[in-house]
Design a protein around this ligand. Structure first.
Ligand SMILES: CCCCCCCCCCCCCCCC(=O)SCCNC(=O)CCNC(=O)[C@H](O)C(C)(C)COP(=O)(O)OP(=O)(O)OC[C@H]1O[C@@H](n2cnc3c(N)ncnc32)[C@H](O)[C@@H]1OP(=O)(O)O
Length: 254
């Protein structure tokens, strides 16, 4: 692994890291099983515990989310839809355990449940933008995504908080891809040009260097070949107690 080489500039690149394949991180192992050796997408539906009906409900909810945003002035008749949705909620709500119980169950066996409901790319999370990350042999990860009206901030543009959220998440993938993991401790972001809705966004993240518990990462968003957003962050390796248990069990990393 390369290390930070400049005391003045902690963002100084120590050179690209190489993917550490074959680590025992359960999340990485899941990804590798699906991804193959170096370049395949993460498919959350293949993670343990995935329920095809739940995936389907999530998909229908996302269709509704996208169709409903901005529909107010269209004259659409939503009475039947409202009634059907009320019936659906009446079916699901009584079967759903309390949130503390669900939270604990999500973190069993390395947390595949939490990944499926993550606010970025979680296939069972209705608000999640549909981000799918790819790992590359040079150690970087990338994602291409087109965002619609639910993610609007400035007129016709992606909300800056969404960009920050997606890049923070992609930092996490970049860490995992090279066998590291940590929590965001410090995060800087520059919005260079407006980020358009309804057009493909190309995101990239990579670990620039790391030393001890400190991991420095960088990321960009481009659209139409132009730089829109660039970000950098310091992650610190840390063990966080898993919900429903006192501490992370040995060998049961998240
Ligand atoms: C291949 C793919 C597979 C798929 C795989 C799944 C991927 C799945 C992706 C999920 C991706 C989610 C990615 C989201 C990531 C979050 O959203 S994380 C949530 C937001 N972050 C937080 O909540 C963190 C809150 N902060 C903390 O808990 C604590 O401050 C920390 C960060 C653990 C550090 O605390 P600590 O362990 O007590 O460490 P501390 O001694 O204070 O500091 C250690 C060193 O770091 C330095 N440091 C600490 N904080 C800072 C700071 N803010 N600035 C500068 N230096 C600092 C200290 O100065 C110290 O330096 P030295 O003195 O050693 O030189």
């Amino acid at each position: 692994m390369s290390k930070d080489t400049s005391a003045e500039d902690p963002w100084h690149s120590g050179g690209k890291l190489h993917p550490v394949l074959g680590t025992r991180d359960p999340q990485l192992a899941d990804a590798q099983r699906v991804w193959g050796e170096d370049f395949e997408p993460v498919d959350l539906s293949e993670l343990e515990g995935a329920d095809p009906h739940l995936e389907d409900v999530g998909e229908q909810m996302r269709r509704l989310r996208d169709a409903l945003t901005g529909i107010a002035d269209s004259g659409a008749d939503l009475a039947e839809a409202a009634e059907l949705l009320r019936r659906a909620a009446d079916i699901v709500e009584p079967q759903s355990p309390d949130q503390a119980t669900r939270l604990a169950s999500q973190w069993r066996k390395g947390g595949p449940g939490a990944r499926r409901t993550n606010p970025v790319g979680g296939t069972e999370n209705v608000i999640a933008p549909p981000l799918r990350a790819f790992g590359h042999p040079d150690g970087s990860v990338s994602a291409r995504i087109t965002l619609g009206l639910p993610y609007q901030g400035p007129p016709g543009c992606v909300h800056g908080g969404m960009s920050a959220l997606m890049l923070d998440h992609l930092f996490g993938f970049a860490n995992h891809w090279v066998g590291l993991r940590g929590m965001t401790a410090h995060y800087e972001i520059d919005y260079r040009k407006p980020t358009p809705l309804l057009e493909p966004l190309d995101m990239k993240a990579w670990v620039e260097s790391h030393e001890g518990r400190k991991i420095w990462v960088r990321a960009t968003i481009e659209s139409g070949g132009e730089l829109r957003v660039e970000a950098r962050a310091l992650f610190i390796s840390a063990n966080v107690p898993l919900p429903g248990r006192d501490a992370t069990a040995p060998g049961e990393e998240r």
